[in-house]
Design a protein around this ligand. Sequence first.
Ligand code: 0RA
Length: 646
Amino acid sequence: MSEEKNKQNYSADSIQALEGMEHVRKRPSMYIGDVGVRGLHHLVYEVVDNSIDEAMAGHCDTINVIINENNSITVKDNGRGIPVDIHKKEGVSALEVVMTKIGAGGKFDKDSYKVSGGLHGVGVSVVNALSIHLKATVYRDGKIWEQEYERGKSLYPVKTVGETSERGTTVTFLPDDIIFQTDIIFSYDTLAARLRELSFLNKGITITLTDKRQKDEKGEFLHEQFYSEIGLPEFVKYLDGNREQLTASVIAMEGEKSGIPVEVAMVYNTSYNENLHSYVNNINTHEGGTHLSGFRRGLTTTLKKYAETSGMLDKLKFDISGDDFREGLTAIVSVKVAEPQFEGQTKTKLGNKEVTAAVSQAVSEMLENYLEENPADARTIVQKVILAAQARHAARKAREMVQRKTVMSGGGLPGKLSDCAWTEPDRCEVFLVEGDSAGGTAKQGRDRNFQAILPLRGKILNVEKAMQHKVFENEEIRNIYTALGVTIGTEEDSKALNLEKLRYHKVVIMCDADVDGSHIATLILTFFFRYMRELIEEGHVFIATPPLYLVKKGNKKEYAWDDKERDAITEKMGGSASVQRYKGLGEMNAEQLWDTTMNPEFRTLRRVTIENGSEADRIFSMLMGDDVPPRREFIEKNAVYANIDI
Ligand code: 0RA
């Protein structure tokens, strides 16, 4: 009877398990965010996070990630190996439970401090459910154990397949193309950026990435190793590699406050940009939250106190604001929170109240010590803050002008804007077009009901190198603010955006398909990234893709977006087809521009996303900064048109 009951329980549980796995397949976005490129890469992070947890618990120091030839992924670690003994409650191997039960991960080891975990911390079973095939191999207790699955269902009970003196876990999975609405192709750069970030956030772990799809000149697979001996201070140096440091050393601390592990590293540079990156349990919290507030508070109070007692502020006629302390600052705040509450639009804002004080105290202590021990650096920093405050006063007027103009909607629109007839923002789009002549063509070609055109004059200001007040004084940039209906600024945070009155839900950057055009697109993107980041994060920013060629024969006309396409069309039309290379939008007439680039039925708009905030920051500082060699290298590596995958 008791056996009978057990059986019943077992089958009831396994039905539940099945339902869980089926639910993942029915509603994958609930578990991995989306079923596009981002969700696809998320699968890798989910598996790697399990190995990171094992490393954080002190049982593993090496993680190898391999992109296999068929775009399956292998993640191998040298940890203790997932347990394979029979799980008492489930009646099957613990490995099978971990792999096939939603939310089972980590259940066995309550004592271990499990703080990592992907965006949703859902566990490897989710990856299994979303894979055509997955194989788990465990090296443990002298034996090699194995189990395979198809779309989350085990193909056989866990079995031994050999003996070993090694320890560890290897997982190989091939994502299911029925689930994903994108090709199953992994981006080396995207994975590399995340693995590099993880190695900085978790010092002492060796993480490698190998791409078996690509060989270098020597016939070896593309390969990189990520390892950071000291963690965040190295991360800061890496991020600021293209900027000029104000002080020689990075200010860093690591400690625990109220049971919350806090790590901070920061350095001032000579730029005018603020670069704060924050993490909770290795997850980038790009909406910030309580840990970031704590950092700001600690920074402001400590620096202010130091500046006041030093007497350097005595002649200052105006207040110093929070912003001023962060101009030219690059900082990383990383905390580990046992039960993080994530809030905000993208669930990347930390809500746990107790964290603010912990981080604020940690930062105050670290900074006080640093300032005391490095008086020369301290003076340099305070001088920089004073300069920032002076510039802010100059900027205030400019900013108020932007605000005043933006508030008067309708009448206050820029003269150059050719607005659309409809007024519902979710139906409307605005094209930012380089130059008046292309602007004229776009104006003729558009559907004036829902498409507005804002021509921009030549190269817009490089905001990477400009002081804030210069940015707000710039006419082209002011036109962008007013045309979009976006307002800015509080005293505490002058760049705080208000998107409530956004007049168009699609903001399309339309530039020539050549080197100059991509430079201008990059300048505009840099502006959006530094000053209107939420606009990108909320998915409003797009890049238009005009064709490169027109292939004609008789009255047959076709467009081509690259050389391969051009050759295919030429061949299809049979010899003697004529090929016209578009050098710029200006060479197209209004009808052609509409057909190829503006008509929603046929055009391709590329939505701009930020895959990795810290890497995007580094790339913009490199592309738009003073240093030429790294920029040239990047552009050469990324072929003819720097295709910035941010
Ligand atoms: C729980 C308990 C133990 C190991 C693991 C989890 C583990 C999970 C993963 C996932 C990827 N790599 C991993 N490595 C280890 C072992 C507990 C013990 O041996 O006492």
